[in-house]
Design a protein around this ligand. Structure first.
Ligand code: ADP
Ligand code: ADP
Length: 226
C-alpha cells in the first residue's frame, strides 16, 4: 500500500481559478518526499485537500489505502499535519495544545501522557509545558505544532513549508528531528520552495508549477541532471 496515492486531482476555487489541473502522485511508505515549486504553484492546495481542509473538485486521494472521502476517519488516523501558520490558542498551555486532539484519535489517558512527554522532550519543550503558547519564541511554536501533529503516532507526517522564515540554527535542528523520525519509519511529505531543503532531506521529489506536476523523480536523479 502506498502512503499517499493521488489520482486526477483537480481543484477549482470558488472564484473560478483552477489551482490544480489533474495531479497524479504516489508516495511510498518510508519515503521522505518533497513537493517543490514557486509560490502559487498549488502545493498548499494539495496539502489542504490531503488533510481534509480544502474540498477537492474531482479526482481521488487515498492515505494508507483509505479513501479520503469514503473512509475519512481511518485516513485521518494515519496523518499528522503541520500547517504553515500557527493556528493554536495563544492563551492555552503548551501541554494542553499537544494533547488537544488526542480524544479525537481515541487514545487512552495513559497513552496520551506517555506520548506527550516523549514528544515534548524530543522537541525540547518539556520545560515549557506549563507556559501559555504566546510566551514561546517563533522556533518553539514551530516545534509545538510538530509535537501536536504527532500525538497519535501517525504513519505519515505532512509539513507545509516547515522552515520558511526560520533561522539557520533552528532549520538544522528541525532537519535533524525530521530525519530521525523518518529513519524510525514515519513517511514524511513536505512542501518547500528551497531546492536545498529537498536536497538535504528528501529521497523523492515532485516539482509542481501552475497546478501541474512537471517533474517527479528521485532527488539523486534530479541533482545529477543539473
Ligand atoms: P472554496 O472554493 O474551496 O470554497 P473559496 O474560494 O470560498 O474556497 O475561498 C476560501 C477562502 O480563501 C476565502 O476566505 C477566500 O477569501 C480565501 N482566498 C481567496 N482567494 C485566495 C487566494 N488567491 N489565495 C489564498 N486565499 C484566498
Ligand atoms: P503554493 O502553496 O504552491 O504557494 P497555493 O496552493 O497556496 O500555492 O495556491 C495555488 C493557487 O491558487 C494560487 O494562484 C493562489 O492564489 C490560488 N488560491 C489559493 N487559495 C485560493 C482560494 N481560496 N481562492 C482562490 N484562489 C486561491
Amino acid at each position: 500500500t502506498a502512503a499517499l496515492s493521488i489520482q486526477g486531482l483537480e481543484k477549482v476555487y470558488g472564484n473560478g481559478f483552477k489551482a490544480l489541473k489533474g495531479i497524479d502522485l504516489t508516495v511510498e511508505q518510508g519515503d521522505f518526499f518533497a513537493l517543490l515549486g514557486p509560490n502559487g504553484a498549488g502545493k498548499s492546495t494539495i496539502l489542504g485537500i490531503v488533510s481534509s481542509l480544502v474540498q477537492k473538485t474531482s479526482g481521488s486521494v487515498s492515505i494508507m489505502g483509505h479513501d479520503l472521502v469514503t473512509d475519512t476517519f481511518a485516513a485521518k488516523q494515519c496523518l499528522g499535519v503541520v500547517p504553515q501558520e500557527f493556528n493554536f490558542n495563544q492563551f492555552e498551555k503548551v501541554y494542553d495544545i499537544v494533547i488537544t486532539q488526542a480524544g479525537y484519535y481515541g487514545l487512552t489517558a495513559k497513552q496520551v501522557a506517555a506520548h506527550a512527554e516523549s514528544l515534548l522532550k524530543a522537541l525540547d519543550l518539556w520545560d515549557k509545558r506549563d507556559e501559555t503558547s504566546r510566551m514561546l519564541s517563533g522556533g518553539m511554536k514551530r516545534r509545538l505544532m510538530i509535537a501536536r501533529a504527532l500525538i497519535h503516532k501517525p504513519q505519515i507526517l505532512i509539513l507545509d513549508e516547515p522552515t520558511a522564515g526560520v533561522d539557520i540554527e533552528l532549520r538544522r535542528s528541525m532537519w535533524e528531528f525530521m530525519k530521525r523520525l523518518n529513519e524510525e519509519g514515519t513517511t514524511i511529505i513536505l512542501t518547500t520552495h528551497y531546492l536545498e531543503e529537498a536536497e538535504q532531506l528528501c529521497k523523492n521529489i515532485a516539482i509542481i508549477n501552475n497546478g501541474e506536476i512537471v517533474t517527479n523523480t528521485s532527488v539523486r536523479e534530479l541533482l545529477s541532471q543539473l
